[in-house]
Design a protein around this ligand. Structure first.
Ligand SMILES: Nc1ncnc2c1ncn2[C@@H]1O[C@H](COS(=O)(=O)NC(=O)[C@@H](N)CO)[C@@H](O)[C@H]1O
Length: 423
């Protein structure tokens, strides 16, 4: 959501942002509803003033005048009441329209239609060359008895997963390394729920629009979030925080649930795209200062890179184009790790800066040093998401004898072992 004053004064910029982000927004309709609402509010104010004025006359009126004045007061009260439903309807309509207004992208964002127009910024690490025929992660899991896809499919259907033995240990070792790395970077750990109220998805910006991605709980006003960003973004909903409580920096662990509606046929094998996964989420709420926020964006990006470097995974950083960044973002970079079996980089992290777009939807405010109330700025980035990260991990670190090499930084989390699996 953007400031209505900004929308009124910069309709061209807002229209452009909607076009670039391919957001379906009828700005003329929004501006019309806005004008009509202002008119209704003014009419109501005039009537209210007249009513107050009239009420003051009653005590001083003569016995002859008094009945007329009292009747006039009733008529004004009636006409005020009559305008109420139309005024409420316009307020609701405007709120719904405002929720669809996209954030203005940063000038550095490349214009494009979809992820094929994202721009590679840099590559880190070198994809491995194997002097043997490498296996994909599904075959590696199978070889070591680290998964049981048939049985878990019987229990949970498609896009489910189960890790066994050392692979399950590996998943938690990587999650814990990520949490430790983020703790060292000053991020406070949260362990939180994915079970949330629908309005939290409006606050984060997933709704309206992302409803089909979300599992709903039958008979409860609860849904399952696809990222801890959703519950964490609403923790302080409606509050006004003291200036010195910001920046709030969380490393929030939660399960994440996604219907993956619309992904039929994509990544149907293995661990890349499952219905329930584990994620450590970097979430920041900070002062409304774009320069400082862009520094924070660089910091949360660097945190994720530090984790990938500790895991010794080759990766690249791409800047998302206007057509692949979503409505709420000012700026967005994805990090993609090398997947040998696909001979391509695949997304493992997604780093976003949203300005005050989420804060306006959620009511995240703080008292500035100027004594005024400001909407906060929010950012988020993946710390690590499992089991997807196991795909590049297992494939890049596989050895000729099938064992998986454990990078130095991860060994302390696996009892010091240098390899997992038997040759
Ligand atoms: N269906 C899925 N299965 C497994 N991992 C997934 C799935 N969907 C997303 N992920 C992982 O979660 C990461 C973050 O997801 S995201 O939608 O791109 N971005 C967010 O959720 C943001 N809150 C930043 O984390 C992805 O980069 C990917 O590594």
């Amino acid at each position: 959501m953007l400031d209505l004053k900004f929308i009124r004064e910069h309709p061209g910029e807002v229209r452009r942002a909607a076009e670039l982000k391919r957001v379906d927004l009828d700005l003329d309709d929004l501006l019309r509803v806005d004008r009509e609402l202002l008119d209704l509010k003014q009419r109501a104010e005039v009537m209210q003033a007249e009513r107050n004025q009239n009420a003051k006359l009653v005590p001083k009126a003569t016995p002859e005048e008094r009945p007329l004045l009292i009747q006039k007061g009733k008529d004004l009260a009636e006409s005020l009441k009559a305008i109420e439903p139309e005024l409420r309807a316009h307020e609701d309509a405007l709120k719904q329209l405002l929720l669809r207004v996209p954030q203005i992208p940063h000038p550095s964002v490349p214009v494009g239609r979809d992820d094929s127009d994202n721009v590679e910024l840099r590559r880190e690490g070198t994809p491995p060359t194997f002097d043997f025929t490498p296996q994909d992660h599904v075959a590696l899991l199978e070889r070591h008895g680290w998964a049981d896809p048939e049985r878990v499919a019987r229990v949970s259907g498609s896009r489910s997963y189960l890790l066994k033995g050392d692979a399950a240990r590996l998943e938690w070792a990587i999650l814990t390394l990520a949490l430790d790395t983020l703790a060292d970077a000053g991020f406070e750990m949260l362990s939180t729920t994915a079970l949330v109220r629908p309005e939290t998805f409006v606050g984060s910006g997933h709704f309206p629009g992302g409803e089909d991605q979300v599992y709903k709980i039958e008979g409860d006003d609860l849904m399952l979030a696809g990222t801890a960003e959703v519950p964490v973004n609403s923790l302080y909903a409606g509050e006004i925080l003291p200036h010195d409580q910001l920046p709030v920096r969380y490393a929030a662990y939660s399960s994440a649930f996604r219907s993956e509606a619309g992904s039929a046929g994509r990544d149907v094998r293995g661990l890349i795209r499952v219905h329930e996964f584990k994620k450590v989420e970097q979430y920041v709420m900070m002062h409304a200062d774009e320069t400082a926020a862009l520094d924070m964006f660089a910091a949360i990006l660097a945190n994720a890179e530090r984790i990938l470097q500790a895991l010794e995974l080759p990766y690249r950083v791409v800047q998302n184009c206007t057509g692949d960044m979503g409505a709420g973002k000012v700026l967005m970079y994805d990090i993609e790790a090398w997947v040998p079996s696909e001979q391509q980089y695949r997304e493992t992290h997604s780093c976003s800066y949203l300005g005050d777009w989420q804060a306006r939807r959620t009511g995240l405010r703080y008292k500035g040093e100027d004594g005024r109330i400001h909407f906060a700025h929010t950012l988020n980035n993946t710390g690590i998401a499992a089991p997807r990260i196991l795909v590049p991990f297992l494939e890049n670190h596989q050895q000729a004898d099938g064992r998986v090499r454990i990078p130095e930084a991860l060994r302390p989390y696996l009892g010091g072992r240098e390899y997992l699996g038997q040759p």
